[in-house]
Design a protein around this ligand. Structure first.
Ligand code: SF4
Ligand code: SF4
Length: 217
């Protein structure tokens, strides 16, 4: 570890208290420089690609209901055990959801529930402003999760084709994506700095290089 020793002050510096003057000069400079803080909540921060925010149940535009088919995968994989699903069997043997809820206060935002869903029924939106003094408002039942979806779509302009970029890393091949996320990657998700794609891209580049080597002999 490198130690820095303060040089000794001479008598004149002691009399004039130069450090105090330097401090005052700095304060004065900062008074006239633009602020570096953000005036939240009036000024919203930009959302980073792949931000895992508030949960929502995606509304099926054909039925206007949740796309959930009650397969229970999300509830099974959830490490926090915060997803509750109850269903009964419909006339054609399909599962009819009676209750779907997420206790978001227990959620660790791992995103496993979104990743395993075979029909893209559950998603994590980019909404993050839902702090509350009431516990009940952060306990999302099916209606609340659908309302989260409606609110997110109204705010962001997305529709049922929305996939959080976290599951669409830059350069990822379709075959490497979870089944429900296999659709064309919008161009704006390939922006530089989307860190979630780096490892996948590097793995693919080395795989491509190996393949090219094998083909060319
Ligand atoms: S993000 Fe993770 S912890 Fe939260 S509900 Fe989904 S699976 Fe459970
Ligand atoms: S994984 Fe998807 S379809 Fe299956 S129960 Fe969960 S939200 Fe519904």
């Amino acid at each position: 570890m490198k130690l820095h020793y303060k040089p000794k002050r001479n008598l004149l510096e002691t009399i004039l208290q130069v450090e105090i003057l330097q401090g005052l000069a700095l304060t004065l400079r900062k008074l006239f420089s633009p602020p570096i803080t953000r005036q939240y909540p009036q000024e919203k921060p930009p959302m980073y690609p792949g931000f895992r925010g508030q949960h929502a149940l995606v509304r099926d535009p054909l039925t206007n209901e949740s796309k959930c088919v009650g397969c229970m995968r999300c509830a099974t994989v959830c490490p926090s055990r915060c997803i509750q699903i109850r269903f009964h069997e419909g006339e054609s043997g399909e599962r009819v959801i009676d209750q779907y809820s997420i206790e978001a206060l227990r959620c660790v935002f791992c995103g496993y529930c979104v990743e395993v869903c075979p029909v893209g029924a559950i998603t994590m939106t980019e909404a993050f402003e839902y702090a509350s003094y009431e516990r009940e408002t952060i306990f999302f039942d099916q209606e609340a999760l659908l309302a989260n979806w409606d609110h997110f779509c109204a705010q962001s302009g997305h529709d049922e084709t929305y996939v959080n970029p976290f599951w669409r890393p830059r350069g990822a091949r379709e075959s490497t994506l979870p089944a429900s996320q296999r659709m064309k990657v919008p161009d704006d998700w390939t922006i530089e700095g989307q860190f979630v794609g780096t490892r996948v891209r590097q793995a693919q580049e080395s795989e491509d290089a190996r393949h090219a080597e094998a083909v060319n002999g």
